[in-house]
Each structure stands twice: as structure tokens, then as C-alpha cells.
Write a protein that binds this ligand. Structure first.
Ligand code: TRP
Length: 328
């Protein structure tokens, strides 16, 4: 079947991925492969805008690549690569910066947020983050970018840069990307309050052992109003129940929905059941991951091959870009 166009997405190398990454992005990356030609990039250069200590960068990149592959990214069809392996992106970033109004960059809510987060490291790269992201997207003539709502301003921004570039240099060398607003569910951490994330240490890693997973799950916060075992609970406000709905068989979900409300089942029992179902779901992923991890050369080969294929597309785009600008 003919594919509908090209998808591009990037993610910073944050190491071992967690349930939030899986449900929010990776699962969607995997599904998109059926309908689109996909390009998935580990954006190590973007990481440098916030990460000062690069000691773990290689390991984090490798771990993330392992998780993507184990989760079902198919490297024969999909191009999966590391951003810095295609240095053309940095050349394009510089050229795009000439059609990018500085004021727009400094006005972006994402930039303002970063200033708050790292007031002592407001570097030039941070300001240009969306320009580099645009370069990622347009270098591969991307039709569609799947992103969550937090990245929507960046995609709108990318579209503006493309229009400015094409207008200034009287070309149609760059393709305006469409945003695919995926119904990304906000996955809460084990605290049941904040979005799941590594920095808050409220996450559950996909690659954890079944025992570690169970320990984490048992720490999950349930309905805060349910204090005693004999108190009836409210599944509608319980993060564990939300997770059950994703990972547990329907009859079990139905049972919990009824029994929790009349204190027929306790939180510990409920969480133990969830841990078991989660572990069962993750079994094939973990087996595949271990298999890949035993052959790190294979993973490196996949990333190298991805970079090679990505670079072929990138170089073609850059030839058109240079011609459009009429660089001597
Ligand atoms: N900015 C994205 C994030 O923080 C990562 C990213 C970099 C990206 N380049 C991209 C996402 C291109 C989509 C397309 O999550």
C-alpha cells in the first residue's frame, strides 16, 4: 500500500524510557509506521541546550534507541538515527536563522519556561531551539509531525519559517509541515499528581525488572480520600485505575470498577493486580530488549544505516536550499 507521506519526530536522549514516554509518544511512533514513511531522530544536539554534563549522553542515546527498537520501531522501513550524525541539520539551522525574527523566538512560551528553569544557562542555542527543530523537520521534507500540545507552538513556528524562507528566496524548496495532533494522554506519575517524568522520579521504566516494577507500582498513590481498607474508593480519581484501563483485561477492569466503590477490593490488592498485568504486557518488550542489548553492534549498525539514509535525503534538500539562496 502506498504510504501517505513522510512523518518526522524527534526526542531528546533521556535514557531508559518510562510508561509516560511509551503511552505518550513511542506507541504512536510505532503505529504511524503502518501508514507513513517515518523518520525518527534522537536529538542529541537539542539536548545540549539544557544538559551541561555530557557524561551520560552516549549511554542515554543507546538506551533510548534500545527502547524504541524493542517497542516496535522497524528499522528496515523506518529511518532511525542520531541528529548529530547528519550535520547538514546545523547548516540548515544557520540558513533558516536568517529568516527568523529574534523577537518571535524570545516570545515563545517554551523559551520563557526555560529561562525560569535554568536562569544561569540562558544560552544562544536555547533561543535557537525552535529553529534547529524546524531544520530537523524540513531537512527531510516532512509532511506530518506528530506532537503533543506542548510542542504545537513550535510546529506553527516551523510553518512560518518555511513560508518566510520560500517567500524571500522565491522558491518552494521547503515543505510546510502539518501538525498531527495525536490524542496524547497525559500519564501521571506514581505520585498520582504530576506528569510522569524522570526529573520528578515518579516514573516506571519499561525496562525495569518485574520485581522493580512491582515495587514502584505498590508506591502508587490511589484515591487520596480512601484512607482505611474499609473506606469505599473512587476509581474515577485513581491513577491506578486509569492504568488498569490501559493494561488490564476488560473483565478485571469491570470488577475493580465495582468492587473498589464498595470496598470489596483494597488498594494493595488492586496495585498487585496491576503490577502483574503490566509485567505481562511488557514481557515481549523486555525479551526483545535483552536480545538487542546482547548485540550492541547491531544497534550501532541500525543507527549508522539510519544516518546514511537520512543523509541522502538531507544532502538533496541542502543542494536545493543553497541554489534557492543563490549561494555563490
Ligand atoms: N522539541 C522536541 C521535544 O522537546 C524534540 C524535537 C526536536 C522534535 N526536533 C523535533 C519534535 C522535530 C518533533 C519534530 O520534545
Amino acid at each position: 500500500m502506498a504510504k501517505k507521506g513522510r512523518v518526522f519526530s524527534g526526542a531528546r536522549p533521556t535514557g531508559r524510557q518510562h510508561l509516560g514516554n511509551y503511552l505518550g509518544a513511542i506507541q504512536n511512533y510505532v503505529a504511524l509506521q503502518d501508514d507513513y514513511e517515518c523518520v525518527y531522530c534522537i536529538v542529541d544536539i537539542h539536548a545540549l541546550t539544557t544538559v551541561e554534563d555530557t557524561l551520560d549522553l552516549k549511554q542515554n542515546t543507546y538506551e533510548m534507541a534500545l527502547d524504541w527498537l524493542a517497542a516496535g520501531i522497524r528499522p528496515q522501513e523506518t529511518i532511525m538515527f542520531i541528529q548529530s550524525h547528519v550535520p547538514e541539520v546545523m547548516e540548515l539551522h544557520t540558513l533558516l536563522s536568517m529568516v527568523t525574527p529574534l523577537g518571535k523566538l524570545t516570545d515563545l512560551p517554551t523559551f520563557k519556561e526555560k529561562i525560569r528553569q535554568q536562569p544561569d544557562n540562558v544560552n544562544y542555542g536555547l533561543v535557537g531551539y525552535p529553529v534547529l527543530m524546524t531544520a530537523d523537520i524540513v531537512l527531510y521534507k516532512t509532511d506530518v509531525v506528530p506532537v503533543g500540545i506542548d510542542q504545537a507552538p513550535h510546529i506553527e513556528f516551523a510553518r512560518e519559517i518555511v513560508r518566510s524562507f520560500n517567500y524571500r528566496y522565491k522558491t518552494n524548496a521547503l515543505v510546510e509541515p502539518q501538525m498531527k495532533n495525536t490524542k496524547i494522554l497525559k500519564v501521571l506519575g506514581i505520585d498520582g499528581k504530576e506528569k510522569m517524568g524522570k526529573s520528578l522520579n515518579n516514573h516506571i521504566e519499561l525496562a525495569a525488572t518485574p520485581e522493580e516494577t512491582k515495587t514502584r507500582v505498590l508506591q502508587m498513590v490511589t484515591d487520596p480520600a480512601r484512607i482505611k481498607r474499609t473506606d469505599p474508593g473512587n476509581p474515577d480519581v485513581c491513577n491506578v485505575f486509569t492504568m488498569h484501563k490501559i493494561f488490564s483485561p476488560q473483565d478485571e477492569v469491570d470488577m475493580i470498577n465495582v468492587e473498589c466503590r464498595r470496598a470489596g477490593i483494597g488498594c494493595v490488592d488492586c496495585k498487585t493486580r496491576f503490577a502483574a498485568n503490566l509485567n505481562k504486557n511488557l514481557e515481549p518488550f523486555r525479551a526483545k530488549r535483552a536480545e538487542l542489548d546482547a548485540k550492541p553492534d547491531v544497534v550501532q549498525d541500525i543507527l549508522n544505516d539510519g544516518a546514511k539514509r537520512a543523509r541522502t535525503i538531507a544532502q538533496k534538500t541542502m543542494t536545493e536550499v543553497r541554489e534557492a539562496i543563490q549561494l555563490p
